[in-house]
Design a protein around this ligand. Sequence first.
Ligand SMILES: Cc1cc2nc3c(=O)[nH]c(=O)nc-3n(C[C@H](O)[C@H](O)[C@H](O)COP(=O)(O)OP(=O)(O)OC[C@H]3O[C@@H](n4cnc5c(N)ncnc54)[C@H](O)[C@@H]3O)c2cc1C
Length: 392
Amino acid sequence: MTHGLSPSNTTAVIGAGPYGLSIAAHLHELKVPTHVFGEPMESWRKMPARMFLKSVWSASSLADPDGAQSLDAFLEVKGVPPPAPIPLDFFIDYATWFQEQAVPDIDHARVTHLSHGTDGFRLKVSDGRELSADTVVVAVGVRQFAHLPEFARDLPRHLASHTGDHVDFSGFRGCRVAVVGAGQSALESAAILRDEGAEVEVISRGPVHWISRTLYSHGGPVRHLLYPPTDVGPPVLNWLCAAPLLMSRLPVQVRQKIEERAVRPAGANWLRARVDGRLPVTTFTQVLDASPSNQGVRLTLSDGTFRQVDHLMLGTGYKPHIGQLDFLDPSLRELVRTRDGYPVLNPWFESSVPGLHFAGGLAGRTFGPICRFVAGARISAQQIARRAAGLN
Ligand SMILES: Cc1cc2nc3c(=O)[nH]c(=O)nc-3n(C[C@H](O)[C@H](O)[C@H](O)COP(=O)(O)OP(=O)(O)OC[C@H]3O[C@@H](n4cnc5c(N)ncnc54)[C@H](O)[C@@H]3O)c2cc1C
């Protein structure tokens, strides 16, 4: 059964997070027939309920063409002052308002299969429908690419989990929990666990960095020259990260170096007071082994010590890889040129398969670290919509 989409002129957007919604808003503006799939803001509804955003206000608006649905516009509608940092529930309310205004028609079905034929793309969705499209935008986020280190892969979930598996930490009250990692998710999860009454230790193979933005706080009128609104990376590199089209022209090795520095694991400064001196942090130490034991998990650390905990929580991030996109037909997957598992993209975020675009984390190897953040949604939305409308 095929219905609903015309193969000749429809763009299917797979994903209704910040990227999918921003892209759809731009497609609507250019009158491109669009079909958006996915559960609006699904990933954000699965984040720790008591979390705050790491990104600053100027970097956290979804992108509509004229800015009428920015965070500032939402504040005016609500009549409240801007919260800092931004609480998760506030951000979800904002994005829901954005979606209702800019992208009211969403198909909540999941795409279960995407293939390619002579007449364009074919999509199968979770309720059994089959549809066609001539352009497809994959904007599915990174949740499905959660990275578990080797030592934790065989442990049962009640003993080891990824930070992304938890909305509510109250079940850990009274438990000993080791949190591995030193990025925002690891550090904030540790802080929330402590608040919930768990006995927590952070274990990190490197140092713990805090993002101070000192030059912003003391930079007076020039601070806006030092920090672009997108705010990804330290001063100087942040301007390069804010220009993903320029970034994509740099040699691969240079881009990788910039990425390593710009998004090294670090916590937001407002989180520091909830971690420093409040819970043990063991740095420059690796977990060599994690084995089930009578009382939970026994950890062997690289400093020669051991830990006995009830639960091991991995704040070890996400590693996007196109091979893990379960809905991509193998024959289509083979046609997509990749580097390190990421699709190689042209300036319109289009892969080596004409009409097949990637946005968000999967675009990161071409366009740099801004693709990991909401702030990267505008440029991808502009480029993809222009291409789909035939303006490029
Ligand atoms: C704990 C945590 C905190 C973060 N904090 C920040 C922050 O403060 N600021 C920031 O800028 N970024 C933050 N990020 C990164 C953030 O996740 C991304 O910036 C943003 O969500 C990327 O948007 P997206 O649209 O690419 O993906 P997502 O928001 O993950 O959206 C993916 C969408 O795809 C849909 N989908 C997935 N598979 C299918 C399918 N097969 N069929 C149909 N639909 C599908 C989902 O339903 C969802 O609608 C954080 C990430 C984490 C994990």
